[in-house]
Design a protein. Structure first.
Length: 189
């Protein structure tokens, strides 16, 4: 049995009253405020974070004003079925790369009413994935419907799987804040 005073005590993360720490909630609140001020709604498409970006966003005050929802597509098959990621791409390159991250974000936009999508695909560890991608390799993408902007970012994060997951969620929230300020068309790198 886990007592409330024991929950998360050994993780080293600052604890909030609920199940999500204060730094994550603060990051989510900033993202929600920026997106709401810009009049944009958001959807998530997550693999290795398992829906944590959407969960953290839902903790922020006024999340209901801009959070449309999220997709959790952990397996390659689910990425294809739920988000329309190319089966050929998944077979040829695996699920941890720039193209898959971008197709996940674009697929989430196509399957929702949101104006902005953030996606995450990667390997938390502690071991490499079935395609040989190293632990800590993660790709994040942001796609925007009306602004035609897409950004894909490669991250190499070190630490335990929980530490990597947390860093990636924080980075996804930062990318959403940045996306709220995009006013022109960008080209994927």
């Amino acid at each position: 049995m886990v007592r409330a005073t024991d929950a998360g005590g050994s993780s080293g993360f600052p604890q909030a009253a609920g199940c999500v720490d204060r730094q994550l909630i603060d990051g989510a609140q900033q993202a929600i405020e920026a997106l709401t001020a810009a009049g944009r709604t958001v959807v998530t498409a997550e693999s290795c974070t398992g829906g944590l970006v959407a969960a953290v966003l839902s903790c922020a005050p006024r999340a209901g004003q801009c959070l449309e929802g999220g997709f959790v597509a952990y397996s390659k098959a689910q990425k294809e079925v739920a988000l329309g990621v190319s089966a050929q791409l998944l077979q040829r390159r695996g699920s941890v790369n720039r193209e898959v991250a971008l197709q996940m974000a674009e697929g989430a936009l196509q399957r929702s009413r949101a104006q902005v999508a953030v996606s995450v695909t990667g390997v938390l560890g502690p071991d490499a994935d079935e395609d040989g991608n190293p632990a800590g390799l993660v790709y994040l993408a942001v796609a925007q419907r009306a602004h035609g902007a897409s950004v894909v970012e490669e991250c190499i994060a070190r630490g335990t799987p929980d530490e990597v997951r947390r860093r990636i969620v924080l980075r996804a929230l930062e990318l959403l804040r940045e996306a709220a300020h995009v006013r022109r068309t960008l080209t994927p790198p």
